[in-house]
Write a protein of this length. Sequence first.
Lengths: 308, 274
Amino acid sequence: MGAPGQSLQGEEAAMSKAKRRRRELRAAGLLTAPFLFVFLIFFLYPTYKVIALSFTDAPLIGDGQWIGLANYAKLLNDRLFFTSLWNNLYFVLLTVVPTTVIALLIALAVSKLKGRMQALVLTLFFLPYVLPVSVVTLIWAWMLDFQFGILQPLIAAVTGKPVPVFRNPYWVMPMIAVVTIWWTNGFNVLLLIAGLRNIPEDLYEAASLDGATPWQRFWRVTWPLLWPVTALVLTLQLILQLKLFDQVYLLSNGGPFNSSYVVLMQMYREAFQLNNGGYASAIAMVLFLVIVIVSVLQFQLLRIGGRK
Amino acid sequence: MTARRARNFAFSGLVLIAAMIWIFPLYWALTTSLRSENRIVSDAGVFIDELNISAYVEVLSTSKLPIWYLNSVATSVITTAIVLVTGMMCAYALSQLRFPGRKTLYLLVVASFMVPVPALYVAQFILMSDLGLVNTWWGIILPQLIVPVVVIVYKQFFDAIPKEMREAVLLDGGGEFTLLFKLYLPLNWGITAALAIITFITTWNNFFWPFLVVTSEDMMTIPVGITQVNDAFGVAYARMMALALLAAAPVIIGYLIFQKRVTEAVMISAGVKG
């Protein structure tokens, strides 16, 4: 009596399980399809395409011949490319550590404030980050205008005379770095403040009870506990600043005498002005590889940091 | 005690002064924009002492700023909407469903983080040109639709929702779409707002890609368009600063209104990148 009923139930259960599974698969297909479609066509395909193009002599629009590693061989003899690489590195040195230090100082100061005062100060420091890059460069071009710029008296006080900073090979990169730090620093401040908030208050109290000076409290409590966030800020900045293009294009256009020429600038010129799609792709690949390597190192570094 | 209070007060004052110096370029742009061109080059006091809006009037009436606003609003809104909907659906599948290729898809999304998008611009431009989308809204939009951080953040938040709630909806006969739009999404409105804001700001501010894919002045977005006026005006400081501030107004006002959400969004999107 009981046995056939049970097996029937079992079959039904098996049926509905199979049905449920089919429904799950169909839902998964429908839900992932739109993203997959966009991802494949506008991301994975261009990724493949830029790799493929780098082995050809294709113009920007139109087909080219397979030329093997010739583009890469050409890169090794391209002095402008090494100038660009060097300028990228120089810019990284000018921005990554300085912006992190400035952001840390601001974050420490802001986190000591309370209530509305803190909100107001944070707003002022963060605001530039939401501006479009061309607004930032317009404002700074005016601030540093050779004839009427309000910062020129300051520059004249140091050097003895006004300097057309974006037309001077020694000033151009440091000044683009200043503009960039002003623009993007708010982001770092925010991350560091979040990191500071996660440090338990009782650790400071314990340190104070043990008679630690503020200096000791910073180096023994704040710094080590904040390090994961600081490391995150440093690596995010490194990747971001390697992708420098907008500010250079808008402020100095790579000049004077290529002193602010960077890798993406060269990619842009080769592809869109000199019509060398293949060669531009090879340049893009170098940047691609550098950033992937940095990202992987960052990932490893943060994972090791997380384990401790 | 009073000595300590005085010290705190002095410290707050110092930090406030530092913040005001930090924001000075923006203030100076405002001051300049409200002066007549003649006065800017003759004498320049630091305080706002003139409320001359002729530079604003002229910029709005002679430049194509209104059209660029429209292009920026349209492309940013469409991009944000598509990024959120596709990202949310994909994240839901990754988080709650078992299907072949799930792990591979997730790895691909995570790996795409590392790719510097500008390195793809040459290939993406060729693609847009093949599709006939140069100088169109879709040409601006399509390559900007890949925002892996949206998928990853949504997945993390969906992962955290207790399974019991899911079972309850399933027992009531609801399907996966009901689950997503009636349970998982409403539980995550906050994160949705944050992701929408950060995606919108990023798209609105993007310069490099729209600069490449648009050459016609009528199709430009704000960040690209205002660099054209630069060439047209010649030396005209008040007008340049009025232009810069008009271009920046939407993001500045938006930030001041949604401040909390913006800061939350920045932290969430960066937390994931680690």
